[in-house]
Design a binder for this molecule. Structure first.
Ligand SMILES: Nc1ncnc2c1ncn2[C@@H]1O[C@H](COP(=O)(O)OP(=O)(O)OP(=O)(O)O)[C@@H](O)[C@H]1O
Ligand SMILES: [Mg+2]
Length: 454
């Protein structure tokens, strides 16, 4: 069953319950009112008959005084006196109507019942069935006064009311179904539009499509969230494509020179064994750069997955380890460190990688016997060197993948180091910033947001 049909049916059902319930209540209320009026007439007439008979001349008892239909001005009421055995002793109509004498009337005559109201249906001599409202009250010793009134007009009125209410209910329900269908269609229109858009994205795999929802309602918000999701997907896809393109471009250069060198060697060049050794050394160095590059790329690609555990990490310990590694790698650079204990939440190998990359750059661009200052405090690692620094126009690019300054081409490296630092910082909710001290060199500030300094 479609959602549209379900909404339509539910609204119709709700309206139907309300309309039918209201109709039944109204019918019952009117019926009660009409019956109460009829009963009132009967009660008043009974009082009247009892009263005139009480005042009547005892010698003329049984005479013309028992004429309620004439005297009370209620010709529609018939009256008769019934004994406990059910015998009709007096009646104001020519023939006593014995079929009106029910068990309850006899009980009133014997005094078992104080009074009685009820409905009786009798078969008339014309063959019609008549509906009468009956009332009985005690009337002297062992007798009951029974009054009856035709209530056919009440029945007719109720039947008319019933037909009217049936018609109104049926019309109301039909109208509710129609309006429900229209409303449901209008309500579901934005959902339908959203579905089309999503289906189209699924079919064409075109992430540049947008739903373009306007307004401030819930569905517009859903549409906008969907657009945001598409945008994020599109961006990450574009970044991935960019990475693959950049990486293959960067891999081509070392591969070409490797190939050239190997072809030379294969053709027996250079002939001089010492030069051959030199070329072989070059080949090994190029292989190493290539495998470093591949390792970096794998690292970058894995960054988002974070397969390592997140734990409390002592930033100062990581920096101390990295500094001692760098001292061994760059014996001609002097490292001056000031490491205060500070703990952050993070992934240890990634943070170590970021710190190492910063130190490596600082040492690589330091002049011989230059000083690299490292400080750790309050969830922050600051690395400063006294090398050439970074030109202001390059500041925006240093964290880009594969970017290297023009003057950096003679030094080893692939240009991935700082982009790894940046992605590590961002994965930890932190940041990395470059500062240019007034007295030259470069200063990198790696800040971790989730710092719990101790
Ligand atoms: N401390 C620094 N002083 C001067 N220039 C720097 C410094 N750090 C980075 N740079 C510049 O930024 C570029 C990018 O640095 P990055 O660390 O990303 O790459 P890399 O060091 O060249 O290669 P890799 O780190 O991948 O081996 C460098 O090539 C260099 O031009
Ligand atoms: Mg580097």
């Amino acid at each position: 069953m479609t959602y549209w049909l379900r909404v339509t049916l539910l609204t119709t059902l709700a309206v139907a319950v309300a309309v039918v319930g209201a109709s039944i209540l109204m019918y019952l209320a009117v019926q009660r009112q009409l019956v109460a009026q009829a009963d009132q007439t009967l009660a008043e007439t009974a009082e009247f008959v009892i009263e005139i008979n009480r005042r009547a001349d005892p010698r003329r008892r049984g005479g013309p005084f028992f004429r309620p239909t004439l005297i009370s001005g209620r010709p529609d009421v018939v009256a008769q006196v019934v004994t406990a055995s059910g015998e009709v002793t007096r009646a104001d109509v020519q023939q006593p109507i014995t079929s009106l004498v029910t068990g309850e009337v006899k009980q009133v005559a014997t005094g078992q019942l104080a009074s009685y109201y009820g409905d009786v249906y009798v078969q008339g001599s014309d063959g019609n069935r008549y509906h009468l409202r009956v009332h009985a009250v005690p009337f002297g010793q062992g007798q009951a006064l029974q009054l009856a009134r035709l209530v056919d007009e009440i029945d007719a009125a109720l039947a008319g009311l019933r037909d009217l209410l049936l018609g109104v209910s049926a019309g109301g329900i039909a109208l509710a179904a129609l309006l429900g269908a229209i409303v449901a269609r209008a309500v579901l229109a934005p959902v339908t539009r959203l579905t089309w858009a999503i289906e189209e994205v699924g079919r064409t795999r075109d992430l540049s499509r947008r739903v373009g929802a306007t307004g401030r309602d819930e569905l517009a918000r859903l549409g906008r969230s969907f657009d945001d999701m598409l945008m994020a997907l599109e961006m990450s896809l574009r970044q991935q494509r960019q990475l693959v393109a950049d990486a293959s471009h960067e891999l081509r250069t070392p591969l070409t020179s490797l190939r050239t060198n190997l072809e030379l060697l294969a053709r027996g060049h250079p002939a001089d064994p010492a030069e051959r050794l030199q070329v072989l050394d070059d080949v090994v160095a190029q292989m190493e750069r290539l495998s470093n590059l591949v390792a970096d790329l794998i690292d970058l690609a894995r960054e988002e997955e974070m397969p390592f555990p997140v734990e409390d990490v002592r930033l100062d310990d990581i920096a101390a380890t990295a500094v001692s590694e760098m001292r061994a790698r760059y014996p001609r650079v002097k490292f001056r460190d000031e490491l205060r204990p500070t703990t952050i939440r993070g992934v240890r190998p990634r943070i170590a990688r970021a710190v190492t990359n910063l130190l490596d750059n600082a040492a690589k661009w330091s002049p011989p016997y230059g000083v690299v200052e490292v400080s750790v405090e309050g969830g922050e690692v600051v690395v400063r060197d006294h090398g050439p620094g970074i030109a202001p126009e390059d500041e925006a690019k240093v964290f880009d993948r594969f970017w290297r300054a023009a003057n950096a081409r003679h030094l080893p490296g692939s240009g991935l180091g700082l982009s790894i630092v940046k992605s590590v910082a961002e994965a930890h909710g932190g940041s990395v910033t470059l500062e240019r001290p007034s007295d030259g060199g470069a200063r990198f500030r790696l800040h971790f947001a989730a710092a719990a300094s101790s």
